[in-house]
Design a protein around this ligand. Structure first.
Ligand code: SAM
Length: 286
């Protein structure tokens, strides 16, 4: 690759199973001039497995401003750089953001090469609502800021996604139950690996499990959004339907909106109701 313009490729790599890499990621890793890697040792394992020979340079959270400048200058003079993190999608609870931001400001073309991401894999199989989700990543490690962060998430109705270390999981489950209440949750452990496991239980039961076992491996934790458990019971859904009917019977509410607007507004007010159900109520209103 020796076009005039440089390009930054954000290349997703596996989160455990080495086969989880796309054909395009391999092709890109073979074509770039240089790969900036969070951890060059992990990168070498991947490179050896797939016979990739691109030169490696390390880029992590503690990299100096000089290292970033060096990479930016290379991009500006036409070098094609691939960026990879230790696992998964670069920049997602991983380094990368500073270079992405600098490259964007400098007008460098930035191309994502999508692939594995623990948050999305956990969410897809966690069996908690998927219509809206909120990625939190790691909570602060100190207990005061941790509690405050959770307080700030209390009202969010979307499914919450956390990354957590096995060492802290018990303490996290305890404080979550205290601050968020006993919500439905899922521990997605060792995704894509031999001991992959999904534990789909309320926070209190996950906490009880923690008393019987020692958590190991990599963990992504999903927690149901505010009121979603309650909102999904048949009684709650029937109640929501009567509230929607009431809203639609109010001439002051409906007069300024098209049917389409009404559906949008009501869907945001009642996120747990099916769009189709709201649509039918709007069309059949008296
Ligand atoms: N960039 C990565 C991604 O796209 O998912 C995440 C990097 S973050 C530093 C690492 C955290 O992601 C781990 O501590 C764990 O919480 C979660 N994680 C990574 N791999 C995982 C796996 N195989 N199973 C479950 N969680 C995983």
């Amino acid at each position: 690759m020796n076009d005039v313009a440089g390009e930054l490729f954000l290349i997703a790599t596996p989160i455990g199973n080495l086969a989880d890499i796309t054909l395009r990621a391999l092709e890109t890793l073979r074509q770039v001039d240089l790969v900036a890697a969070e951890d060059t040792r992990t990168a070498k394992k991947l490179f050896n497995h797939y016979q990739i020979t691109a030169p490696l340079i390390s880029l992590h959270d503690n990299s100096s401003a000089r290292r970033l400048d060096e990479l930016l200058v290379k991009l500006q003079v036409g070098v094609k750089i691939g960026m990879i993190s230790e696992a998964g999608t670069p920049g997602i609870s991983d380094p990368g953001y500073r270079l992405i931001q600098l490259a964007a400001q400098a007008g460098i073309r930035i191309t994502p090469i999508p692939g594995a991401c623990a948050a999305i894999s956990a969410l897809s199989a966690g069996a908690l609502p998927l219509d809206a989700f909120y990625f939190v990543g790691f909570l602060p490690s100190r207990s005061g800021p941790r509690q405050r962060r959770l307080e700030g998430l209390k009202e969010i109705t979307a499914t919450l996604i956390f990354y957590e270390s096995p060492r802290r999981l018990d303490a996290t489950l305890e404080i979550m139950e205290k601050v968020l209440g006993d919500r439905s949750a899922c521990i997605a452990r060792e995704l894509t690996k031999v001991y992959e496991e999904f534990l789909r239980f309320p926070l209190s039961q996950l906490r009880a499990l923690g008393a019987e076992r020692t958590w190991r491996g990599e963990i992504t934790l999903l927690v149901s959004g505010c009121d979603r458990d309650r909102a999904l019971t048949p009684a709650a859904l029937a109640n929501a339907e009567s509230q929607i009917r009431e809203r639609l019977a109010d001439p002051d509410f409906v007069k300024d909106y098209s049917n389409r607007d009404l559906v949008e507004i009501l869907q945001s007010e009642f996120p747990h109701c099916k769009r189709r159900q709201i649509y039918d109520l709007v069309l059949t209103r008296k």
